[in-house]
Design a protein around this ligand. Sequence first.
Ligand SMILES: C[S@@+](CC[C@H](N)C(=O)[O-])C[C@H]1O[C@@H](n2cnc3c(N)ncnc32)[C@H](O)[C@@H]1O
Length: 309
Amino acid sequence: MSSQHLDSPSALDYPQAPSLTPQAVFTPDWLEGREALDARSRSHTLTGLAADWLASRAGPHRILDLGCGTGSNLRFLAPRLPGPQHWRLIDHDPGLLALARHQAARLRDGGGERLSVETCCRDLAPVDHALLDNVDLVAASALFDLVSRSWAEILIRTCAKRRQAMLFTLSVDGDWGFLNADGERLDDGEDTAVRTLFQTHQLRDKGLGQALGGEAPAVLTTLLKDVGYRAQGAATPWYLSPGEDEMLPLAKTLVDGWFAAALDQAPSEKGRLLRWRERRLAELERGELGITVGHLDLLALPPLTEEAQ
Ligand SMILES: C[S@@+](CC[C@H](N)C(=O)[O-])C[C@H]1O[C@@H](n2cnc3c(N)ncnc32)[C@H](O)[C@@H]1O
């Protein structure tokens, strides 16, 4: 475990969670590696609109973060949203939750005040109505590719009944590719073949039914409109530039992950996939390639009541 952001990492145990679906387990290193990239990719416009919506209501502002991991979403949002804030963090991984709680102690809200934070270690399925009680804003980051359409539908309908705002950020849209120094796409036939295998692999069940994978942004947009919400989306792709040394480990992890998923999907293609991986990793190492990964942020606000119109 990387301990870069921790005050006293040696004092923190990292409990293992043996019964979790393996495809739904995320290491602290991976989550930490992507946090800066997530933060620079996210939509400040949608964050600001969420802040305005909360500010128009009486506090304390109660925010739920689904699949919180180590608390990246909390760290991004807390200082940008008005206080006072009460956060409810949910994840099925006790180790990630312990890290989230530990780091939350140092955070401040938009008014410079400490946060109130509760953590809840549990599975997200089935959608638990009690966990959604007493919440104003339901947030989730990098979660919806893992969930099924029916899970998302039940969640969104439940939130809509409570007139809660929803801020679902960094949902992958299934697209990724390589860039040259001018930021132009460089995909060739081999990239397309690997990406197609990867996209199919993404649809596998991660414990919440058949996963939405790259369909998540489109499905969420439809479901939010179906419940009459005012939904706004913003493209929030990751861009890793060629030669961006501090991002090289993450870029290599991405290529390894795409390779592993494609191999799992088509074991008979092993030789071809290995050649693709070796070539793309070498080009990344030489600083010749950048990477982009498509994402969408979505903010959905309840319909205006007649008095407010
Ligand atoms: C890609 S990570 C994103 C973490 C965090 N939101 C972030 O942006 O860094 C997905 C998170 O969802 C959690 N998760 C996945 N499936 C879950 C389930 N069925 N129940 C509860 N948490 C789950 C994982 O433990 C992980 O922390």
